[in-house]
Design a protein around this ligand. Structure first.
Ligand code: SF4
Length: 423
C-alpha cells in the first residue's frame, strides 16, 4: 500500500519494490509475533489485547528489555512478570525468530545463514569475525531490483521488502547462534521488580561480545525499503535493548540519491556507497542505477550527508574487476572526484568474487595493489579487503541460489523416483 509517508518510488528494474505495510506479521494461530516491534508498538498490541494503558506501558518496557536485551523468547522465563500474566501473554503473543534453512561456517570463521520467512521467502545473513570486531551483514529485501552486474543477488528478481521483524530477527538470531545474550540477574533499574530470579546466577556483563558491528549490505537496497530499515535499526540501536551504537552501524546504498539525506537525518548511521566505477559508461554498466542518479549527483549527496566528517568518514566500496575499472587512470580519477567534492572518504577495495555465469574476472593482486597505492598517495585510505568465506560462497546472493539449485536437483530426483515407481 502506498502512503504519503512512504511513497513508492519509480525505479529501474524488472519489478518495483513491494512495500509490506504491516509491522505486525499475522500468524495462522492468531498470536502476534512481537519480534521487531518498538516499545510503543508493543504497548499498542498489549492495549489492544486488553491491558489498561498504564499496565501496557509498564509491561511493554519489561517486554522490550526481555526481548532485545536478554534475547528471551519464552514468556515463562520472564521472571519479573507475574505468573498468570506470563500465561496470558503466551496465549496471545510469541517472540519469533527467522527459520534457519541452512547454516555454514567457513574455514576462516565466517558464518553464513540462509533464512526463511513465514511466507516461505529465503534471504541471507553473514557474520564476519575479525580480530577487533565482528560484523553482521544484514539483508533488507528478498532479492533486489537493481541488477548490479557484478552482484549475484542482482540476478534474482525482487520478491519483497523485509519487515522490521525480519531485519531485527537477523541480529537476534546471530546473537542466539553466537551465545551472546546475558545470563543471570539483570541488575540495574529492573532488579527491584524481579520476583523469582536465581540469585546464584552470574551478573550480566556486556563486555567481550563477538557481534559488535552491523552493515546493511546483504541482499537488497536498504534505501528502497527505507521505513522498515529505519524502524529496525532504531530497535537495534535502542540503549535498553540490543544497544548497538550508531557508530557501529553502517548503511550501504548503491546511490538512491533522494533518500540519502533522510537516511542521515532519521537513522544517523554511517554511510557506505557502492561506487565501483568513476566513469559514466562503466558505472552505467556495473550499477545501472547510475543511469538515474549519476556519479556527480551521488557524490554531492555524499558531501551533504548529515553527520559525515573526518571522524565519521563515508566508505566507498569499489569492487576490482579485471580490465573494467582497475586502471591507473581509474585510480587517479577516483582521487580527483573524492577531492573535488571534499569528501571525508575511505575506499574499500574488494577483489571481485566470481560466481557461476558471471562475465567478469577479478583483477590481479598486483593490479589491486597498484590501484590501492595510487589512492593512498592521493591522501585517501584504500585498504584491500581480504576475501572472506569463499569456501562457503559467502558473497551476497550465493547461498540462496545454491539452495535453489539444490532444491531443483531434489525436485528432479523426486520426479525420477516417481517415474521409476510408475514404470
Ligand atoms: S549490489 Fe546490492 S543493490 Fe546491487 S544488485 Fe546486489 S544487492 Fe542489489
Amino acid at each position: 500500500m502506498q502512503t504519503a509517508a512512504n511513497p513508492l518510488m519509480p525505479i529501474p528494474g524488472a519489478i518495483d519494490p513491494v512495500p509490506v505495510p504491516r509491522a505486525v506479521t499475522p500468524r495462522e494461530d492468531g498470536r502476534v509475533d512481537l519480534l521487531g516491534l518498538a516499545r510503543d508498538q508493543i504497548r499498542a498490541v498489549l492495549e489492544s489485547a486488553g491491558l489498561e494503558p498504564k499496565q501496557a506501558k509498564l509491561r511493554a518496557k519489561q517486554l522490550f528489555h526481555w526481548l532485545y536485551h536478554r534475547g528471551e523468547t519464552d514468556f515463562e522465563k520472564m521472571t519479573d512478570l507475574a505468573k498468570p500474566l506470563r500465561g496470558w501473554m503466551a496465549e496471545r503473543f510469541i517472540v519469533g525468530r527467522p527459520q534457519v534453512v541452512e547454516a555454514q561456517v567457513s574455514s576462516d570463521g565466517t558464518r553464513k545463514w540462509l533464512l526463511r520467512s513465514d511466507d516461505g521467502q529465503d534471504y541471507e545473513m553473514v557474520f564476519i569475525p575479525d580480530a577487533d570486531r565482528g560484523t553482521l551483514c544484514v539483508s533488507s529485501q528478498v532479492g533486489c531490483t537493481l541488477n548490479c552486474r557484478f552482484c549475484h543477488t542482482g540476478t534474482m528478481r525482487l520478491v519483497r521488502n523485509l519487515t522490521p521483524g525480519e531485519i531485527v530477527g537477523q541480529v537476534m538470531l546471530a546473537r542466539d547462534a553466537l551465545g551472546e545474550w546475558p545470563k543471570g540477574n539483570m541488575g540495574g533499574s529492573m532488579a527491584s521488580t524481579i520476583e523469582d530470579e536465581d540469585d546464584d546466577a552470574p551478573q550480566y556483563t556486556a563486555d567481550g561480545r563477538m557481534l559488535t558491528n552491523i552493515v546493511m549490505m546483504g541482499m537488497g537496497e536498504p534505501l528502497y525499503n527505507f521505513d522498515h530499515v529505519r524502524d529496525a535499526l532504531k530497535v537495534v540501536m535502542d540503549g535498553d535493548g540490543l544497544a548497538l551504537s550508531k557508530r557501529r552501524v553502517t548503511l550501504s546504498t548503491s546511490g538512491v540519491v533522494p533518500m540519502m539525506a533522510r537516511a542521515g537525518e532519521e537513522i544517523g548511521v554511517n554511510l557506505a556507497v557502492s561506487l565501483h566505477a568513476v566513469t559514466k559508461d562503466v558505472r552505467d554498466e556495473l550499477v545501472p542505477l547510475n543511469r538515474k542518479y549519476g556519479i556527480e549527483e551521488l557524490l554531492q549527496a555524499c558531501a551533504d550527508y548529515p553527520g559525515a566528517n573526518n571522524a565519521r568518514r563515508i566508505t566507498f566500496e569499489y569492487v576490482m574487476i579485471k580490465n573494467k575499472n582497475d586502471s591507473d587512470a581509474d585510480a587517479h580519477e577516483l582521487v580527483r572526484l573524492l577531492r573535488q567534492f571534499r569528501l571525508p572518504a575511505k575506499v574499500n577495495l574488494i577483489p571481485f568474487n566470481p560466481w557461476p555465469g558471471t562475465d567478469y574476472e577479478c583483477s590481479t593482486p598486483e593490479r589491486i595493489r597498484r590501484f590501492s597505492d595510487i589512492v593512498f598517495e592521493g591522501g585517501i585510505s584504500a585498504p584491500v579487503r581480504t576475501p572472506r568465506g569463499r569456501d562457503i560462497m559467502a558473497a551476497c546472493g550465493q547461498l540462496k541460489s545454491a539452495s535453489e539449485k539444490k532444491s531443483r536437483a531434489e525436485l528432479d530426483r523426486l520426479a525420477a523416483e516417481k517415474q521409476a515407481a510408475l514404470g
